[in-house]
Design a protein around this ligand. Sequence first.
Ligand SMILES: *Cc1c(COP(=O)(O)O)cnc(C)c1O
Length: 460
Amino acid sequence: MTQRQRMLEELKTKSIFNIAQKHAFKYLDELYEMDVFPSPENLSSLSNFKHPLSQSGTPATEVIEFLQQHGSQATTIHTGGRYYGFVNGSTIPVSLGVKWLTDVWDQNGGLYLTSPINAQIEDVCESWLIDILGLPETTKAGFVSGTSMANLCGMAAARQHLLQNLGWDVNQKGLNGAPRIRIVAHEQVHSCIKKTLALLGFGIENVEWVPSDDQGRIHVDEMPLLDASCLVLLQAGNVNTGAFDDFETVCNLADEAGAWVHIDGAFGLWAEACSSLKYLTKGLSKASSWAVDGHKTLNTPYDSGVILCKHPEALVRALQATGAYIEYTDQREPMLYTPEMSKRSRAMEMWAILKYLGKDGVDEMITGFNTLAIEMAEGLKNIGFDILNEVVFNQVLFKAESDEETNRILKYVQNSGKAWMGPSKWNGDAVIRISVCSWMTSSEDVKRTIAVFREALSKM
Ligand SMILES: *Cc1c(COP(=O)(O)O)cnc(C)c1O
């Protein structure tokens, strides 16, 4: 059989997909009781992958069986109830189902001509996002890989827009000799904002940093005077405390000055969709651009972020590509709003979750994260931990009596396999950081997590 015949056979019999499905279903059935982080023994299976590339290849079934045998035990259980590390959501079944189906469709989402259905879904998803997040009607959405990329797009659009207003075409002339852009940023911006400041040529040293208050919100009283050369960087959801900046006050100042406000709302922007939490995002719609993830609090599979921009012409100018072979139609052209050309039809999964949950379902899920985070904080406080933040959203920051004890307790819990969360630093102290952002997490999970901490304390 030739290679092509073999592949045709595999496509026809579906045997490969059946094997993958069998293993995937087994994993789904077992994941709730699996170690949340793999044990050293399970991690040791990873060494099996280190072999030289073979000359003659491997049968397809063996490739899948190999991955299953040596790889599945070395996964972290995001779609379980007790993974609280970083800010990592899990996956809602309907979005995973849509991903499987659309993976088979294998759409290149770059252009209308490469996938009309993807262009349609992006259009619909964009209008739903404008609705649920209360954004201006002129807002355009670019569907990117995550908030790092969305921040990059928003800040590139800002650079384009501000320099254009100052009479400088940055695409043609570059940054050498350009009028100066002033970057005014909250001192606790996410690390990917700093990366973007470096990538876009602004330079981290040139930032006018504005101090944070004790909750990690920008100190509005310490904002410098803004003007029409300013890009102001705020956040909806401080990565440690979950706190929200005062958008209303800062956006009003920026509006008067003609400055651009970009909000990094990777996980927090969704507070706007919750009736009891939207007080946190007051004034949000007055900004110029927003970055948000699907793969965190909305629980889409990974590879889902969105740049939302009120000045589509600036976004398009910053990202547009032209070429003799690129044919734009009068339909939506997804790649006008993203740095990539070829891309997965990733908006499908976000569309699926929004269609499935509706406004009430999104509100219920995300408000639920807040309720459970508050339960977690209360439980941890009751067994003696020092809770360091007001739990306004889904983040809980806490510590034991000393850095050493905090670190030892965290290691104990991480090694238990029963829950996983990471460390951070707050006011110079070693702290533990819990992020509640899986639809699977229940009060029972919170109780089980607190029980592991109680056990850890008793071993100290
Ligand atoms: C996670 C996060 C990012 C980065 O988003 P990715 O989707 O991981 O690229 C940026 N800002 C904040 C506040 C985040 O929590």
